[in-house]
Design a protein around this ligand. Structure first.
Ligand SMILES: [Zn+2]
Length: 213
């Protein structure tokens, strides 16, 4: 069998452990369907799994992950839009009450953008995708004005704000935000420390969440 042994072992651990505890919940969800109230838009990075960071069980989070937790602006142009399709489903069908854009420290994609990395392929899907980060870079200002690590974390956080700005370009979502039916949030996960900060829209700063223990 070529299916990775790591996944077989992991599945067995899940079936013996968590599934036992959550079997009823899975059954209920299969009958009633999912009704998560929170949508999370995060990065593909393997260190920043929203279900792990937020300790979420089945049916609790509607998650979309892509390179650098980006959201393209609303553009009904007939092209394929994976993020916009997920957003439409989350907003119009699931009627989520919260949308969280979850960025993180040491984001390789943000670094690649900042360092003008060479395209990974002639098609350069990432290069095109990462142009969505340009408005965030513009807001941060010239790279030379900051120490390298400081610049990257500023860009990582500005990128979250940029994604939030792009969310409100979707008319249906904007309407729901204006009616108070959906609230947008920005969050930043520090990979090394495990710290979580949340964007305070009034100050524009990411404030650390105080841990209960
Ligand atoms: Zn990332």
């Amino acid at each position: 069998m070529t299916f990775p042994q790591r996944l077989i072992d992991g599945y067995n651990a899940f079936a013996d452990g968590r599934l036992q505890k959550e079997q009823d919940r899975y059954r209920k969800l299969s009958e009633q369907g999912q009704a998560p109230q929170i949508m999370v838009i995060g990065c593909c990075d393997s260190r920043v799994s929203p279900e792990v960071v937020f300790d979420a069980g089945p049916g609790e989070l509607f998650v979309v992950r892509n390179v650098a937790n980006l959201i393209p602006p609303y553009s009904p142009d007939g092209a394929y839009h994976g993020v916009s399709a997920a957003l439409e489903f989350g907003v119009a069908a699931l009627k989520v009450k919260h949308i969280v854009v979850l960025g993180h420290a040491q984001c390789g994609s943000v670094r690649a953008f900042a360092e003008d990395a060479e395209p990974l392929s002639p098609g350069d899907f990432i290069g095109k995708w990462m142009t969505l980060m340009a408005p965030a870079a513009e807001k941060v200002g010239p790279r030379g004005a900051f120490a390298p690590a400081d610049y990257l974390s500023r860009l990582e956080q500005a990128n979250i704000v940029n994604s939030l700005d792009n969310l409100v370009t979707f008319p249906q979502l904007r309407k729901r935000i204006e009616r108070g039916q959906v609230v947008l949030h920005g969050a930043f996960f520090g990979v090394a420390s495990g710290d979580l900060s949340v964007l305070d829209r009034a100050s524009g700063k990411f404030e650390p969440i105080k841990r209960a223990n």
